[in-house]
Design a protein around this ligand. Structure first.
Ligand SMILES: [Zn+2]
Ligand SMILES: [Zn+2]
Length: 342
């Protein structure tokens, strides 16, 4: 099978590798669509995210959907040819956090495309059957591949306990910021957002953000304070991985509000305005990927409540992975979500 591997900083090479075989309880999947994630771009540009370092050649990619190709022994409820979305996290199931229902925090997790677990930019991969969610009729493989990033937004909105009538701010309207907006709207919140790129601002408005500010033209903090009568928002989401955006989230959160850190910063340390955060007694929430949300996303898409297919703006072949990663890294051509078709 063909596999696209990172061969060094900003280098991708296509290698021929043996297709894996499914063991007991596992399934071989013919990968069809893999979304390019901001975390893929981090690995492409710097070879690492924090202390997770890539040793080339290594295949990244984790936002995947495909078709069942072969069942390992003991697998029931799936059949060859069936389209499935893939949950990329394989938690150990045994440790304290797994037992407490927080498998996204499992220290022993194996996550597709995160060293040392090879990712999804290849023709075939093997996953435990429990990591596959059959796609209902009417949902595309692209929508299946979107389930993972959309799950992050839903998980963060659930973790922040957003309720109808609350007001939230979202700083950064990339795919994760947009997934936060979609989930916050479903939760019944009024959504204010900030984003410098015109195409993303337009998209945010199109999916139901109430106001979207351009931080290069106006001060989004002043605008959001004005919009909320000086009170600030119940919850502010940082979805840019930028120190400025985190500061703005803290500045716009209401007294006793929640600040939710969703973005992956390039730096190893965040700086926060400590006295402001302390006087407001803010709940500072970190988000680690997601848990139990991909299946909810699929249900929401199936029911028509969540329309997300439009997020995919660019499509590339496996051989064009480097082009796709560069486009996403440079925010070129109005890109929102680029996918690799295999
Ligand atoms: Zn992702
Ligand atoms: Zn565990």
């Amino acid at each position: 099978m063909k596999a696209a591997c990172l061969a060094g900083i900003e280098k991708v090479t296509i290698l021929e590798r043996p297709a894996p075989e499914p063991g007991p309880g596992e399934v071989l999947v013919r990968v069809r669509t893999v979304g390019i994630c901001g975390s893929d771009v981090h690995y492409f540009k710097s070879g690492r995210i924090g202390d997770q370092v890539i040793i080339p050649p290594f295949t990244i990619g984790h936002e995947a959907a495909g078709e069942v190709a072969k069942l390992g022994t003991g697998v029931t409820g799936l059949e060859a040819g069936q389209p499935v979305a893939i949950e990329p996290a394989i938690a150990c199931g045994q440790c304290e956090v797994c037992q407490r229902g927080r498998p996204n925090l499992c220290a022993g997790v194996r996550f597709l495309g995160t060293p040392p677990i090879e990712g999804a930019y290849r023709e075939y991969l093997v996953m435990p059957a429990a990591n596959l969610f059959p796609l209902p009729k009417g949902l595309s493989l692209e929508e299946g591949a979107l389930a993972e990033p959309l799950a992050v937004g839903l998980y963060a909105v659930n973790r922040a306990r957003i309720s109808p009538g609350e007001t939230v701010a979202v700083f950064g309207c990339g795919p994760i910021g947009l997934s936060l907006i979609l989930a916050a709207r479903l939760a019944g919140a009024v959504v204010l957002a900030a984003e410098p790129l015109p195409a993303r601002r337009a998209f945010a408005l199109g999916i139901g953000a109430d106001r979207v500010f351009d931080p290069q033209q106006t001060d989004p903090v002043a605008e959001i304070m004005k919009e909320t009568g000086g009170r600030g928002v119940d919850a502010a989401f940082e979805a840019a991985g930028q120190p400025t955006a985190l500061r703005q989230a803290i500045e716009t959160a209401a007294l006793g509000g929640r600040v939710v850190m969703v973005g992956i910063p390039a730096e190893d340390d965040w700086q926060i305005p400590s006295h402001l955060a302390r006087r407001k007694e803010l709940d500072l929430l970190n988000i680690r990927r997601s848990a139990f949300c991909a299946e909810k996303i699929i249900r929401l898409m199936e029911s028509g409540r969540l329309k997300a297919a439009g997020l995919v703006t660019h499509r590339f072949r496996l051989e064009e992975l480097a082009r796709g990663l560069k486009l996403v890294a440079g925010y070129g051509d109005g890109v929102i979500k680029a996918v690799i078709e295999i």
